[in-house]
Design a protein around this ligand. Structure first.
Ligand SMILES: Nc1ncnc2c1ncn2[C@@H]1O[C@H](COP(=O)(O)OP(=O)(O)O)[C@@H](O)[C@H]1O
Ligand SMILES: [Mg+2]
Length: 257
């Protein structure tokens, strides 16, 4: 694992995400005038309205906005699990438009990692197997070893054999994060990953995302209702009724802890 100031204090942590530095890195995710319309029962809902932005390698971005503002829609489009009604989504510089099934499967399985509010683990598989399965599906070698390394990375090396029902919420989310990171994705998309955790556990899981972002340089876009969590990222995007109404630098570089 490449270490980047992993043991350093807040000052060094802050330096790793200064805007000058950030601007030089290639965009991992691009939205170009992206709109998404749903047509439930004939009436149309505009879930996203002409959103344009770039997320650069190494950025930790929070996506905030009330329920129904378009956060999950944004993440689904970013992860190429859904397609825009108009506009373009670029992943690692490439438009997802016109990709064939094989290319889309590769993107979803290997270039993007998803973390959900309700974990989405297989209930009959152990923690280790849950992390290993996508690696096997991707045709990787030494999947068991890689899965064990990922569980160690998220701080639960000793829970490999547990089934999901034998794990706490925080532990379940750690397994899900380990699974999302297994293929070394260019982008991790997290949809309210602390939404089902108590305050203390939520803080721990948020700290883990931050650590992963800083240590591995993983690009993260996280939908969250917690302003505290959002403030601990690099950048806050606010959606309102599907529109991107603000895009600001967050307090991570200057925060106290
Ligand atoms: N599959 C769908 N069919 C119809 N409407 C949808 C669908 N998914 C989301 N919407 C609508 O799109 C809007 C944005 O939803 P969503 O992206 O889930 O917001 P958020 O994650 O911020 O709560 C809402 O009005 C929601 O009802
Ligand atoms: Mg949502």
């Amino acid at each position: 694992m490449p270490s980047r100031d992993s043991k350093s204090g807040p000052t060094a942590v802050g330096t790793a995400v200064l805007p000058e530095d950030r601007g030089a890195r290639p965009p991992v995710l691009g939205f170009r005038d992206v709109s998404k319309l749903y047509l439930p029962g004939g009436s149309s809902v505009t879930a996203l309205r002409r959103v344009s932005l770039d997320v650069r390698a190494g950025e930790f971005v929070a996506l905030v906005g009330r329920s129904g503002s378009g956060k999950s829609t944004f993440l689904n489009l970013a992860g190429a699990v859904d397609t825009p009604s108009s506009g373009q989504v670029l992943l690692e510089g490439r438009s997802t438009e016109g990709l064939n099934d094989e290319e889309l499967t590769f993107l979803r399985r290997e270039r993007v990692g998803f973390v959900f509010q309700f974990f989405h683990l297989f209930p009959t598989l152990s923690a280790l197997e849950n992390v290993e399965i996508p690696l096997q599906l991707a045709g990787r070698r030494r999947t068991r070893r890689r899965a064990a390394e990922m569980l160690a990375l998220v701080g639960i090396p000793d829970l490999a054999d547990r089934l999901p029902h034998q794990l706490s919420g925080g532990q379940l989310q750690r397994v899900a994060i380990a699974r999302a990171l297994g293929s070394e994705p260019a982008l991790v998309l997290a949809d309210e990953p602390m939404g089902n955790l108590d305050t203390h556990t939520a803080e721990e899981v948020m700290a883990l995302f931050r650590l992963i972002n800083l240590q591995l340089g993983t690009t993260i876009v996280m939908a969250t209702h917690s302003l505290e969590s959002a403030a601990a990222t690099d950048r806050i995007l606010t959606l309102r009724d599907g529109e991107l109404v603000s895009d600001v630098r967050a307090g991570a570089a200057g925060r106290a802890t």
